[in-house]
Design a protein. Structure first.
Length: 82
């Protein structure tokens, strides 16, 4: 992919983006550690770098379905009967 030279970053710009990303993660971890357990805090997105493809938005995974108490009891009863 060809990039216009005016949009290229200098090494200093990359360092500043890295520092900014690190500060955002630090703030996120601080807020996560000092918030109630049921508080949902979204993770910060890194600053997009030139030339990197945009990441597709990921869907949230579906919650797992667990066995009911009756199903677990039936399983162990079956195992005991063997």
């Amino acid at each position: 992919m060809a990039i216009d030279e005016s949009t290229e970053w200098t090494p200093e710009m990359y360092v500043m983006a890295r520092i900014s990303d690190g500060m955002e993660v630090s703030n996120y971890l601080f807020l996560q550690a000092n918030s109630a357990e049921d508080t949902e805090i979204p993770q910060p997105d890194p600053i997009p770098r030139p030339g990197e493809p945009e990441k597709p938005v990921q869907e949230k995974p579906k919650p797992e379905e667990f066995a009911t108490g009756q199903e677990v009891a039936a399983f162990f009863n079956t195992m005991n009967g063997m």
